[in-house]
Design a protein around this ligand. Structure first.
Ligand code: HEC
Ligand code: HEC
Length: 275
């Protein structure tokens, strides 16, 4: 009985310490369900639905509003992207091969440097290089059909005729019934810093982990000048300290709710080690 009580007390102590540690030792963050990955049912798609899909992709998976937003200043507003396209293609600085509005918008997303909107180029590139990533690649990875849905949305947004056609090479029509939003499945924990950086598209804005974003500071030696407390705060509350020469309000304020505490700490450790 004595022994049993000893073991019991010890176990309670261990559990208590662990609970205390996990409550107070690491920042408390509720992991949020990730955005639901939408299955494309193109067979029965109407143009209205295609435009609505484009709008969801624009605000969600495409991460467009990270940069194209009213607070920005670092990326142009896109309300009239479809109407200015013809001027862009005639501009002497235009390097691309598009000849229609649809082709221009498509090219803007997969080869952003074909035309760099004046004043928005990578610092020091004299508007010859775009800081926008190829959104069909990397962590964003939009498919051909998804890019076309976004074009439909941008044309509709500009109040012009929607001339992009809905791709037909896809899913059978009878699947239409099933498009009701599936319940968000909890995301599996990511276990490497590289996977986190890809998932949260840090490389769209930062030079880090082999990616070459140029909207935010270069992170390749960030650990030499910033300690873990600073880095943790940069992720949880990006506007607390704004890196010199950069604009507040660009770095998304979502990581505190979308990463687990363990993921956040792993990322902080990784960044602190970049010297
Ligand atoms: C990391 C920031 C960033 C992200 C993310 C981003 N963009 Fe951009 N985008 C820019 C910048 C900066 C420019 C201006 C430079 C240029 O013309 O390439 C631009 C230019 C454009 C243009 C050309 C506008 C014009 O007037 O010619 C289009 C169209 C565009 N983006 C669409 C998108 C869409 C759609 C998405 C999401 C799928 C997206 N962008 C995601 C930063 C971004
Ligand atoms: C849409 C662009 C964007 C994305 C995406 C983004 N950041 Fe940032 N980040 C910025 C900008 C701009 C700054 C500088 C302004 C500021 O400090 O808020 C910054 C600042 C930082 C800083 C502070 C740097 C310093 O020297 O003070 C760190 C660290 C950082 N980001 C890490 C990350 C990580 C890690 C991710 C992905 C989980 C990420 N960022 C995603 C734009 C972005």
């Amino acid at each position: 009985m004595r022994n049993f009580l000893k073991v019991l007390c010890f176990s309670l102590l261990v559990i208590g310490l662990f609970a205390g540690y996990s409550n107070y030792g690491i920042p408390q963050i509720e992991p949020a369900p990730p955005p639901v990955e939408e299955k494309l049912e193109l067979g029965a798609m109407t143009m209205d639905k295609f435009i609505a899909l484009g709008e969801r992709l624009y605000n969600g998976k495409g991460t467009c509003t990270l940069c194209h937003n009213p607070t920005g200043g670092r990326a142009p507003q896109l309300e009239s992207a479809a109407t200015v396209a013809s001027e862009r293609m005639q501009d002497s600085r235009y390097q691309g091969t598009a000849s229609t509005v649809v082709e221009y918008l498509y090219e803007s997303m997969v080869e952003p440097s074909a035309y760099v909107v004046a004043g928005f180029g990578k610092a020091g590139s004299n508007d010859s290089e775009s800081p926008m990533p190829d959104v069909s690649a990397g962590g964003i990875g939009l498919s051909d059909a998804e890019l076309k849905a976004i074009i439909a949305y941008l044309q509709d947004l500009a109040g012009t005729d929607v001339t992009v056609s809905i791709p037909t090479d896809a899913a059978p029509a009878e699947a239409e019934e099933k498009t009701a939003e599936p319940p968000p499945a909890p995301r599996a924990a990511l276990d490497t810093p590289d996977a986190l950086i890809a998932k949260f598209t840090c490389g769209a804005c930062h030079k880090v982990a082999g990616q070459v974003g140029a909207i935010g500071p270069d992170l390749t030696t960030i650990g030499a000048t910033r300690d873990k407390a600073y880095l943790r705060r940069s992720l949880l509350d990006p506007n607390a300290d704004v890196a010199e020469g950069f604009m507040a309000g660009m770095m998304p304020n979502i990581y505190g709710t979308q990463m687990s505490a363990a993921e956040l700490e792993m990322l902080v450790d990784y960044l602190a080690g970049l010297k």
